[in-house]
Design a protein around this ligand. Structure first.
Ligand code: E4P
Length: 229
């Protein structure tokens, strides 16, 4: 396990909801559990809504960054799409893929003062390039690495060390989180942010011993015949 570093300990780990489902975001928001939102073309497809319309609605629901992803593959077109997405609201983070063209778009758009989330990161070297290109966020995909029998969490640990070695400001956004253990391990590894589907965030509250203990307390309480209110 990594020893927490003082520079990390002062940061509040941010929770982003990885969804374009406004109902699910609203529910988590009531609990103050949403510091931001990440979307991608697949999540927009799942929502069945227009990207501009749904992104604008989400951006109005949360104060933190709302990632909206470009779909062009050439840098010039990515830059144009990024500018259009950034116009949706002040809290938009433009998501670009970690390709050479994506890095060019990252450099150009971050130079214009836009918040850039570089996505589809699967190696520490890719993360190093994104930081040098001015990314505000790097999104290493934990679950998709685990899917191919590569330890996704090791990538988070490596990027943490590299970014700390050189004081890069780029935030590590642990993505492709599939389980509550991913959340815990990303926190232990010092990820600045984790983005997870709403049901994973809800599941974090669950423990069978909590349910069992509560049942026992309530049964005993009934036997007292008392009421608090
Ligand atoms: C977040 O930015 C990513 O789009 C998302 O976490 C990908 O998750 P998946 O690998 O479960 O699709």
């Amino acid at each position: 396990m990594l020893t927490p570093k003082p520079s990390q300990a002062v940061n509040n780990m941010k929770f982003f909801a990885d969804t374009a489902d406004v109902g699910a975001i609203a529910e988590l928001n009531e609990l103050g559990m949403v510091d931001g939102v990440t979307t991608n073309p697949s999540l927009i497809m799942k929502s069945g809504r227009d990207i501009i319309e749904v992104t604008r609605e989400i951006a109005g629901m949360v104060d933190g960054p709302v990632s909206a992803e470009v779909v062009a593959t050439k840098a010039d077109e990515m830059i144009s799409e990024g500018r259009k997405l950034a116009e949706i609201a002040d809290n938009i983070a433009v998501k670009v893929p970690l390709t050479w063209d994506g890095l060019k778009a990252c450099k150009a758009l971050s130079g214009e003062g836009k918040t850039i989330n570089v996505t589809l990161c699967f190696s520490a070297n890719q993360a190093l390039l994104a930081a040098k290109a001015g990314a505000a966020f790097i999104s290493p995909f934990i679950g998709r690495l685990d899917d191919i029998n590569v330890d996704g969490m090791e990538l988070i640990e490596d990027i943490r060390i590299i970014y700390d070695n050189y004081d890069f400001d780029t935030k590590i956004l642990a993505a492709s989180i599939r389980s509550v253990n991913h959340v815990k391990d990303a926190a232990l590894a010092g990820a600045d942010v984790m983005t997870a589907p709403p049901d994973v965030i809800r599941k974090m509250a669950h423990h069978p011993l909590t349910d069992k203990g509560l049942d026992a307390f309530l049964n005993d309480w009934k036997k007292t015949g008392q009421k608090i209110l």
